[in-house]
Design a protein around this ligand. Structure first.
Ligand SMILES: C[S@@+](CC[C@H](N)C(=O)[O-])C[C@H]1O[C@@H](n2cnc3c(N)ncnc32)[C@H](O)[C@@H]1O
Length: 229
């Protein structure tokens, strides 16, 4: 008998996270900023959180940017498409941002867990590693392990995005930043967790970027950077 796959946490719709707070207002401002034409949102979920903030900004922007939303979970992707049907500048992609090989390894996550006093320590290491295994199993099971960011850039002939939100899997922040480095605005959620810890420190040390807004306290912290040149 064929094996029936176990339900994954990624099969559930989850409530919006970035909503009616300082970070969602910052996202809206970036979406409305002059010169912003192509926005990438990594981890759109069902479309009621950060996506809504991007859309509010885009609607205020006289040049109406294109908003590219990546979401790996199939049910969340369907909710996202449904939510923004009728907004032709919102493009939704059911794909992983980066391929499975780019995910952090279990050793890398365990080392970070031991060495860095991050918010990840609020959860047992075994549970954290379980999330990583769940993410990788989902990609394999649903055939969504493609190179999403590269595909979007290629399809739209983009060398770089004007603004990017990194809020996808806990374990892909680093390779995602690698793919979008050079964007004018880089927005990071969860800077006090594994997802964007290293990205935050990398951008802080890069004179090519300045920190525009930051909170250590809103959920797991967020930051907004803008290119200086
Ligand atoms: C923290 S939630 C995003 C919350 C959302 N930005 C909001 O404001 O409500 C992270 C999302 O990333 C998605 N995700 C997980 N792995 C991903 C991957 N490899 N590529 C793209 N999205 C992924 C999850 O399904 C989840 O919906």
């Amino acid at each position: 008998m064929p094996e029936v796959p176990k339900p994954s946490g990624l099969d559930q719709i989850i409530p919006p996270e970035i909503r009616r707070d300082r970070f969602s207002r910052a996202i809206e401002e970036v979406g409305a900023a002059e010169g912003v034409r192509h926005i990438l949102e990594i981890g759109a979920s069902g479309g009621d959180g950060s996506t809504e903030a991007w859309v509010r900004g885009a609607l205020r922007n006289p040049r109406r940017p294109e908003l590219h939303c990546i979401e790996v979970s199939v049910p969340r992707f369907h909710a996202l498409v449904e939510r923004w049907r009728g907004h032709p500048f919102v493009h939704c992609y059911n794909t992983s941002s980066v391929p499975a090989e780019a995910f952090a390894s279990e050793d890398e996550v365990a080392r970070f867990y031991r060495e860095v006093r991050s918010k990840l320590r609020n959860v047992r290491l075994e549970k954290v590693l379980g999330w990583l295994r769940q993410d990788l199993a989902y990609l394999a099971e649903h055939g969504v392990g493609a190179d999403g960011i590269r595909r979007i850039k290629a399809e739209h002939g983009l060398a770089a995005f004007d603004a990017v939100l990194i809020d996808g899997s806990e374990f892909t922040g680093k390779p995602e930043l690698e793919e979008v480095y050079g964007a004018r605005f880089l927005l990071l959620d969860d800077i006090r967790s594994f997802k964007n810890w290293e990205n935050f420190h990398r951008l802080r040390e890069d004179p090519g970027y300045r920190l525009v807004k930051k909170s250590r306290w809103l959920r797991n912290g967020f930051a907004v950077f803008e290119r200086t040149t």
